[in-house]
Design a protein around this ligand. Structure first.
Ligand code: HMG
Ligand code: MG
Length: 285
C-alpha cells in the first residue's frame, strides 16, 4: 500500500560522530558523507560550528564541508550555537544551518552554558542574518520528554520552545528525545501539545534509541501526522552533554521499517547498509 512520502533526515555525520571517543580523521568523515550523498537523502547534517573545547570531534567541520562532493539535490546542514558559528558555517558554504534550544533549563546550561532565554538572544541575530541571504534555518528542541538533569519535561514547555523557534523563522522544528526516554504515550502527549503551536508538516521527530523505544515512537508520531524523522547510520551517536544519550535511531532500521509500512523514502537501502557498516567501522577505529 502506498502511503506517500516520508523523509529521513540523516544526522549521522554530526549527531553520530560528535559523540565518538576515537578521533576520526576528516578524510573518513568525507568518505562517509560522500557515500550517504549517493543514497538519496535530500538533507544531511555533516558539521557543527561549536566550540572545539566543548566538542572536539566537530573541530574539522569546515574541512568536511570543503571536501565533500556536492551532488545537486542534497543540502548539507551545520549546527550553529551563536553568530560566530553562523559566520563560520556560511564561510564553509553550509546549505542550511540549525539552531538548537532545550525544553529544560538544566540541559540548556550543561550543553551551551546558557539559559533557554539566553539561547534565544543568541539565535535572534542568526535568524536575522539568515533571512537576508535566504539561508534555511532548522530549529532543534532537546529533551522533549525528559532531561538528564531536571527530570520529566512538561509538553507545554516543549510547545512553547517549538513555537518560538518556528515564529522566529525556523522552517522546521526537530523534536529531540535526547536521552531516549520517550514512550509512544509520552511522545503522543508531547506531539498533541506541539501540534497546537506548529503545523505538523513542519515538525520532525529526532528520537534516540537508548531504551529501544525509538521505532515505537516513530510509529506513534506517524499516526499523528509527522513525516520527517532524523536518524543516524549505524545507530551512532548521542550528545556529550547528555549522559546516557548514546544511540540515535539507526537509519537502516528506520528506512526498512518505513518502506515495510508502505511509505516512499526515496532511499537506497543497500547504500545505507554500506554506509552503516562504514560508520560502525569508524567507531571501532
Ligand atoms: P562558553 O564557554 O560559554 O562561551 O561556550 P564563550 O563565548 O566563553 O566561548 C568559549 C570558547 O569557545 C572561546 O574560546 C570562544 O572563542 C570559543 P577561547 O577564548 O576560550 O579560546 N567559541 C567558539 N569556537 C568555535 N565556534 C564557535 C564558538 N563560540 C565560542 N561557534 C558555547 C558557549 C555555546 C560556544 C559552547 O557551550 C558550545 O560550543 N556548546 C556546544 C555543545 C554541543 O555542541 N552539544 C551537542 C549538540 S546539541 C545535541 O546534540 C542535541 C541534538 O542532537 C538534539 C537532541 O538530540 O536532542 C541537536
Ligand atoms: Mg541528538
Amino acid at each position: 500500500m502506498d502511503k506517500g512520502f516520508c523523509e529521513i533526515f540523516e544526522v549521522g555525520p554530526r549527531d553520530g560522530l560528535q559523540n565518538e571517543a576515537r578521533e576520526i580523521p576528516v578524510a573518513e568523515k568525507i568518505a562517509l558523507v560522500d557515500l550517504l550523498s549517493r543514497a538519496g537523502f535530500s538533507r544531511i547534517e555533516v558539521a557543527s560550528f561549536v566550540s572545539p573545547k566543548w566538542v572536539p570531534q566537530m573541530a574539522g567541520s569546515a574541512e568536511v564541508l570543503g571536501g565533500i562532493a556536492r551532488p545537486t539535490g542534497v543540502r548539507y546542514a551545520a549546527l550553529t550555537p551563536n553568530m560566530r558559528g553562523y559566520e563560520d558555517a556560511v564561510a564553509a558554504k553550509a546549505g542550511e544551518i540549525a539552531v538548537f534550544a532545550s525544553a529544560s533549563e538544566g540541559f540548556s546550561q550543561k550543553n551551551i552554558n546558557a539559559s533557554i532565554e539566553e539561547a534565544f538572544e543568541r539565535f535572534a541575530p542568526i535568524l536575522e542574518q539568515a533571512r537576508h541571504v535566504d539561508m534555511p534555518v532548522r530549529g532543534y528542541v532537546s529533551c522533549v520528554v525528559k532531561c538528564p538533569y531536571d527530570g520529566a519535561v512538561d509538553p507545554s514547555k516543549v510547545a512553547e520552545v517549538a513555537d518560538r523557534l518556528f515564529s522566529m523563522g525556523c522552517y522546521e522544528v526537530s523534536l529531540g528525545d535526547t536521552i531516549g526516554a520517550g514512550t509512544p504515550d509520552t511522545i503522543a502527549r508531547m506531539l498533541l501539545a506541539v501540534r497546537e503551536a506548529v503545523p505538523v508538516s513542519r515538525l520532525a521527530g529526532h528520537y534516540h534509541d537508548t531504551n529501544g523505544r525509538a521505532m515505537d515512537n516513530i510509529d506513534a508520531s506517524l499516526s499523528m501526522g509527522v513525516r520527517v524523522f532524523d536518524a543516524a547510520v549505524g545507530g551512532l551517536g548521542g550528545c556529550p552533554y547528555a549522559p546516557g544519550a548514546a544511540g540515535n535511531v539507526a537509519t537502516e532500521r528506520v528506512n526498512a521499517h518505513l518502506v515495510g509500512l508502505g511509505y516512499d523514502t526515496g532511499l537506497d537501502q543497500a547504500l545505507i547498509e554500506e554506509a552503516a557498516a562504514m560508520a560502525r567501522g569508524m567507531r571501532a577505529g
